[in-house]
Design a protein around this ligand. Structure first.
Ligand SMILES: CC(C)(COP(=O)(O)OP(=O)(O)OC[C@H]1O[C@@H](n2cnc3c(N)ncnc32)[C@H](O)[C@@H]1OP(=O)(O)O)[C@@H](O)C(=O)NCCC(=O)NCCS
Length: 191
């Protein structure tokens, strides 16, 4: 049995936290669950081909059952994953972190429904990831971003990440959140 199928979370933790998006609607950010598979597949189907390339670095037409299960059934020792859901339970954004060796940092990735960009979903997800990374005592959170992905580069810069070159890889850059620092509009480190 996988960790996300047997979470020892309270009902409130499973339901997640409500937040008001910039367009006024109330959404929830919560940990991904094993029963999110179909909603994750529908959410993936709404992405633009360009978003799929930005998120996966590949071209994919659909999220297979197997891939959706991998996204939903996580090993919570090494991974944390969150979704933003609307009133109908549709997944409007998804974000995750994976611990990276030697264990004091993690790689992150996120994606927001193209019909709901610019209303604060990305920020809510990044905020949640940073909070979880700090809870786990991590030092930094970093993401690999295609060098032509201006939107993601601008988004991370606005939230306080620094941009770094990846040696010998011209097509990608790394964005890095230093978790010991206070980040713009994101949770402050615990003192
Ligand atoms: C980058 C992405 C996550 C942003 O999500 P979002 O929900 O639209 O972002 P938010 O609404 O939370 O906005 C957060 C900040 O980014 C800025 N931003 C959002 N969209 C922007 C745009 N089109 N142009 C400029 N700035 C923008 C916002 O203004 C806001 O900053 P501010 O509050 O200082 O003004 C989203 O565009 C996306 O899913 N991109 C594809 C996924 C991807 O590239 N993943 C890469 C692998 S990690």
């Amino acid at each position: 049995m996988t960790a996300s199928r047997s979470p020892n979370r309270s009902p409130a933790q499973r339901r997640g936290r409500a937040f008001r998006a910039a367009d006024g609607r109330v959404l929830r950010v919560r940990p991904v669950r094993g029963d999110d598979v179909e909603a994750l597949k529908r959410g993936f189907a709404r992405l633009t081909p360009e978003q799929v390339r930005q998120r996966t670095f590949h071209r994919m037409n659909e999220l297979s059952d197997e891939a959706a299960h991998r996204l939903a059934d996580i090993d919570r020792a090494t991974t944390a994953a969150y979704v933003v859901v609307d009133d109908d339970g549709e997944v409007r954004g998804e974000a995750r972190l994976h611990l990276a060796p030697p264990g004091d940092s993690a790689e992150f990735a996120l994606i927001v429904d193209p019909q709901m960009l610019g209303i604060g979903i990305g920020r809510a997800l990044m905020r949640r990831l940073i909070e979880e990374a700090r809870r786990r005592g991590l030092r930094e959170l970093w993401g690999t971003v295609l060098a032509d992905n201006a939107l993601m580069l601008d988004f991370s810069h606005r939230l306080g990440a620094v941009r770094e070159r990846v040696p010998d890889e011209a097509g990608v850059v790394r964005v890095r959140f230093d978790l010991a620092r206070k980040l713009r509009s994101l949770p402050a480190p615990r003192s």
